[in-house]
Design a protein around this ligand. Sequence first.
Ligand SMILES: [Fe+2]
Length: 304
Amino acid sequence: MARVINWLRQTPLDTNGSRLGHADDHPGFADPAYVRRRDAIVAAAEGHRVGDPSPPVRYRESEHSTWRTVHAALTRAQEGRVCRAVTRAREAAPVPADGVPQHEEVSDRLQPLGGFRFTLAGGIVPNKRFLGAMADGYFHAVQYVRHPAVPLYTPEPDVLHDVFGHGTHLCDPWFADLYRTVGRAAARVESDDALDLISRVYWFTLEYGIAYEDGQPKAYGAALLSSYGELEHFARADIRPFDIPELVRLPYQVAGYQPVLYAVDSLPRLAEHLHGFLDDFDEDTRDRHGLPALPERGFMGRPR
Ligand SMILES: [Fe+2]
């Protein structure tokens, strides 16, 4: 339970901008039956080794129903708000509409396209493992489904986030290359400081990134692609030009809407930024670039 609550330390908004209530009151935390179900699914991740097949989950009809609700809402919300490359990836390998897919089914769809497979996460995964596994073509994903009472908001990443967000990316070889770029950098370093630095860049790009297309900000980050509320709100965030030294300085929150987002001039520029920063990343990168110490350390475990 404590691990669940760690994901949310602020009061989220619903899709109309109303307060959903304090984190501890979110039905995902306050419903003992839901927490038991979530914990039972999470238990399968104990001892999971990267690359092992994910065990199948016998999803309940209520979970499939939540999936269908969110699928329909996200499909509508992405219309006109996401980068063209995202739309192309989604069309190349549509996310199943009728119910929650199994990890292995998703992986079999991803592997021939971008070379990635899902590997099982139970929740928080240390940065080294989470980021480093991307070098080998594995993305840590969870299997549990958000609470059905608030299907369009989740304070923690769930299987909908992982499939709609990261799964969409990983259907596209161009995005998959960026994940590997992050992973290779993480595989080369060991210190918390260096891994936090990579994690922060990952957070403001592959999770929450924005790119301009035809003069308009469009979403490409997985957290935005998989959040009905954030798709509606991100254009009203404080959108700043992509700048690694600045984003490194910015404290950020792991749940709720991000108040500050960073936009690249165009999506192809993202690859230049990430390769330029990460291809020779090592323990001395912070000093070489004259980057400040991170304002907050060690959050993270598994970014969502
Ligand atoms: Fe994520």
